[in-house]
Design a protein around this ligand. Structure first.
Ligand code: 4AZ
Length: 254
């Protein structure tokens, strides 16, 4: 009886503190086979960002995940629900970040394409995802996944987490506390649910298509700041061009 009271009070405590176990923020643990396009982009062998499998040798991520970094310190892990073991670990040979991604002016065009040194082997845990051709309607329930923080300034997760979030229309996102939202961005938010740092560069998926790339947010799951994603349909012409260029490119020198 005494134990039950302790458990009850502990649960109330967690609810009032806004805490539940297992979060991207507010999410749940999944097997990689339910999001087989998800990759971990690693710097010196540590998870740093998410990335998305486009083809056997090309992945998509956020520009801010790669800009200023030598390709030789970057690796990608795919096909594992754990960022630190299993699946396939492949070196990055080269990347192209969007030429008009210019921090600190704003966070527009936060996309990049990555080429791997060796092709991936596709299987039930490693699959590409097509790029959306139209932006998702507001209210669409999209899924975002990653190994990022489980709350603002909290540690990342070793196990892959996912959360379902509704898309917010551009006009209402413009009216939020953010300044500098541009029309190549999508916003998504729900109370207590969000992507967070370390999820950047990862996939926002709706209708089995890649609709967004985790880009930024002030805080995580903050009531007045939605999560912001690069709009894949809007950036599709640049992405397709960059994919063509990176497929033709010789191996990165150095
Ligand atoms: C980040 O720092 C970050 N709430 C990514 C996404 C969000 C917040 C922060 C969305 O990479």
């Amino acid at each position: 009886m005494y134990i039950q009271w302790i458990v009850l009070f502990a649960s109330f405590g967690q609810i009032f503190a806004g805490w539940t176990p297992e979060r991207i923020v507010g999410g749940q643990s999944v097997k990689i086979s339910s999001v087989p396009w998800q990759a971990s982009l690693q710097v010196w062998g540590e998870h740093d960002c998410g990335a998305v499998i486009y083809s056997k040798q090309v992945l998509i991520t956020a520009a801010h995940c790669v800009v200023g970094r030598l390709p030789s310190i970057l690796t990608v892990r795919v096909g594992s629900s754990l960022w630190n073991s299993g699946g396939q670990l492949v070196n990055v040979s080269h990347y192209i970040a969007h030429e008009n991604y210019h921090l600190p002016a704003n966070e527009s065009n936060d996309v990049a394409v990555i080429r791997l040194q060796k092709p991936l082997r596709f299987n039930k845990n490693v699959k590409p995802i097509p790029l959306a051709t139209t932006s998702p309607a507001s209210g669409s329930l999209a899924i975002v996944s990653g190994w990022g923080s489980t709350g603002w300034q909290m540690a990342g997760s070793t196990n892959l987490l996912v959360v379902k979030l509704p898309i917010i229309d551009y006009e209402s996102c413009l009216k939020t506390a953010y300044q500098g939202i541009t029309d190549d961005m999508i916003c998504a938010a729900a109370p207590g649910k969000d992507s967070c740092s370390g999820d950047s560069g990862g996939p926002l998926v709706f209708g089995d298509q890649l609709v967004g790339i985790v880009s930024f947010g002030r805080d995580c799951a903050h009531p007045t700041y939605p999560g912001v994603y690069a709009d894949v349909a809007k950036l599709r012409p640049w992405l397709l061009q960059a994919i063509k260029r990176i497929q033709q490119a010789k191996q990165h020198i150095k």
